[in-house]
Design a protein around this ligand. Sequence first.
Ligand code: ADP
Ligand code: MG
Length: 693
Amino acid sequence: MRPEILFPLFAPVTVLPGVGPKVAAALEKLAGARVVDLLWHLPTGVVDRRPTASIRAARSGTVATLRVSINAHQPASGPRRPYRVRCSDASGFLDLVFFHGREDYLLRVLPVGNIRIVSGMVDDFADALQMTHPDYILAEDERDRLPAFEPIYPLSGGVSARALAKLAKAALARAPDLAEWLDPALRAQRQWPSWRAALEQTHNPDSSAAVLAVAPAHTRLAYDELLANQLALALIRAHSRRRGGRSTRSRGRLAGVALGALGFHLTDAQSRAIREVRADMAAPRRMLRLLQGDVGSGKTVVALVAMLDAVESGRQAALMAPTEVLVRQHLATIQPLAAAAGVEVAILTGRDKGSARRSTLERAAEGTLPILIGTHALFQQAIAFKDLALAVIDEQHRFGVHQRLELADKGAATDVLVMTATPIPRTLVLTAYGDMDVSSLTEKPPGRRPIDTRVIRDERLNEVIAAVRRRLDDGAKVFWVCPLVEESAQVDLAAAERRFHHLRESFGEAVGLLHGRMKGEDKDAVMSAFATGSVHILVATTVIEVGIDVPDATLIIIERAESFGLAQLHQLRGRVGRNLRRASCILLYRGPLSETARARLSILRETEDGFRIAEEDVRLRGYGEVLGTRQSGMPTFRLADLAVHRELLDVARDDVRLIMARDPMLESERGQALRTLLYLFERDAAVPYLRSG
Ligand code: ADP
Ligand code: MG
């Protein structure tokens, strides 16, 4: 339960003065629906409103703050003409310019013969400097209403800059003083302010440097966020360690038989990963290992060996995949190999009902079913194993830490192997998994030919269709991927359906359609028609990203490639080139492209090394962008920018190691404060474990 002291921050923004439903909706889009979201919405710039020496000293195109005397009013000379107020100081003239200015009002606020302080953007115009619609017009005795530096917040429609600045102040007023969770030595060394002071300083900058991400106040807030992230991961890991592990040993006989049935030799990288996994499983503690490797690098075999070892030791293994299609795909790969070793494999998805489902559940519980493959929905529910030794999670970034734990909790001392197909830069591994052990398949199985990748503007669609026809004439199959448009599955679908009908005009019944909202059976029917039957062109939304293996597919076309993340494009491209035939990928874009977009797409033309692609994507777009993409499944940070605060992540990790060594249940005074920190950043999923021990 969230501590009471944080309640004011987690209240809806409507508790702030002047926020009705309309403003609240705009704020929700911009920053979030709660007061705390406004606190996390940090200024990205400042307006310098310190006094400018004189009119002559003011530079055109900048904000000037001038002390002037009002000389004369010049009402508008026509309907579209501005109202001008001529002012001056000893150095020259300044015209204040108002469109649709109301004379009575202007005469009142700018009385002729008086002194005023005006602040706003100035431009050179004819013989005088001019300021159109000043931001501030103040009498001399109101001078202190003008801040020396005014924060600038990222904006979107529906809230004005002024209103947002005011709301940020109101949000700040609700921020409590919280007990310090930072290590005093670290705080002193870095000269960081307290949490509350850090917020104050960031929202009330006293210089243009104060809003930079490297400013001490901002750095502290970023550190807090990273600390919460690392602490939560460490608590989860400690919890899983505390429950102890068991040593799973086998002579590798079953795995040996299955490997013999493979028809190829393991790559060195696969052999190394298998050795690492086996060592973990044999050790008496719980395995928590990430197996990362590019699409097609052969992760399944590694998982299979581990599963068969578990079975040989008399226990069970489970594999969890994000979609039904992928579950079936795993079954197709694993079943024949397991069968060669005499080991039974069953699947269970949301679709399996009735007696077959009951029987699978029963046999899992009795222990007579050695290997079960299923979707995540399944493992959440009341499925029980007699003795689950190993949980393999093929997650492709779609599962959270929480869901991984749920599966691990199905067994008394279950080892966990997480497989991910998107190579992740080391930094991101740390933020997403904490100190997890990692095996990397850095090498592809031999004999793969490079995928010929081209970047083509979508105006040349006819040429692309001609290329598709040539492939079909060669007896090959074609994936046609339609883009993920914004946040709307509906729009995605419409685009895919349009393309489907369009291609049907040229290719008739050979075109099939697959999308995320189809019923399971319909998906299977289309997939199997594509794999073995009458469908030769599969138009799909990005559902195919996860998994599908159709060796005859040699061409993939991706529409609006510029709207995808690089890693995602790389994943999609990996759907072809799975056999020895020449494979191609056409990235269609809608022009014109920005420099960055062009650079990104050309990386795909240059390399098929997923690790390099991931690093380059981060370099070009920044961590925020790469992390922030929908479906990345990676934690996103509100205050920390890993491009800037990368170093803090290591500091936070070390900090957390010490905390876990000294006060693993967070019972000390600092421990209590750290609990609050977890709630503050909503990383409190692990807090209940602190009670159960
Ligand atoms: P991943 O899950 O890592 O994307 P898979 O495990 O599905 O990759 O393997 C991709 C393809 O490569 C499969 O058809 C698999 O049979 C094959 N494969 C795996 N390891 C090897 C190897 N060492 N040599 C040749 N082919 C392999
Ligand atoms: Mg796979």
